[in-house]
Ligand binder design. Structure first.
Ligand code: SF4
Length: 240
């Protein structure tokens, strides 16, 4: 028992579009980096989402492994904006995965570059087998899988990470892996779409008479980052 809580936007299993195999996705709430063109504005508010006990998250990871998860994907928001609770969760997650068949891996997306990390952030990041680092830069498109812009780096940190992710370092799929998921809060697009995909989706929905009420890539008229007080289980859900 750690007693720590991590502010989380949502979790989802199975995620198939952010890392190899079926994975538990954890979207951490709060991001101070404000990349222009970010598709996840709903994850920016540091007090949005819900505070989730690290032990409950670790149990969710254990359950996902019981259902055959190949790995854990941490995204956001900016995971390293909460380095202490994140390290506590990843330490627990690392213990839970030890000795499991299939060698489940940990993949983390961060908007920071390695040289920007302070010691607490470095410690949290050290649990990841693979990091995807760097701000999203809308004017530097890329087709590299799981990277949103050409400046972002895939850093293979462990022997498992090198073995499993080396084939993806230079992979440019014709279409990036994407996944749609619907819940009571809306429809979530999971993955790293090519530049222009979201506006096209928006236009197409309007053309068909289904204009989206709100989307996470445009600011809401009166703030965003819905707060879900009292929830220790932000359901399951969404996007890088
Ligand atoms: S792209 Fe990622 S790092 Fe950049 S503002 Fe959005 S959530 Fe934050």
């Amino acid at each position: 028992m750690t007693g720590e809580t991590l502010r989380v936007a949502r979790t989802h299993f199975p995620v198939s579009a952010l890392g190899p195999g079926l994975r538990l996705g954890v979207w951490v709430q709060g991001c101070p980096l404000a990349c222009k063109g970010c598709m996840s504005l709903d994850t920016w508010e540091p007090d949005g989402g819900a505070a989730m006990p690290v032990d409950a998250l670790a149990e969710r990871w254990r359950a996902a492994l019981g259902r055959g998860a190949a790995g854990l994907t941490i995204s956001g928001g900016e995971p390293l904006a909460q380095p202490g609770p994140l390290a506590a969760f990843l330490d627990a997650a690392d213990q839970v995965r030890a000795g499991r068949p299939g060698e489940p891996d940990i993949l983390m997306f961060t908007g920071y570059t390695l040289d920007e990390l302070d010691p607490a952030q470095r410690l949290a990041a050290s649990y990841a087998d693979v990091l995807v680092t760097g701000r999203y830069e809308a004017d530097r498109p890329t087709r590299l899988v799981w990277r949103g812009s050409a400046n972002q780096q895939m850093v293979l940190q462990s022997e498992l990470g090198r073995r499993r992710y080396a084939p993806y370092l230079a992979l440019e799929p014709e279409q990036p892996p994407l996944q749609l998921r619907a819940d009571e809060h809306g429809v979530w697009l999971v993955g790293v779409p090519l530049r222009g995909t979201l506006p096209r989706l928006d236009r197409e929905m309007r053309r068909r008479g289904l204009p989206p009420e709100t989307v996470t890539w445009r600011p809401r008229p009166s703030g965003h980052g819905r707060r879900r007080e009292g929830a220790d289980s932000p359901d399951d859900g969404e996007t890088r």
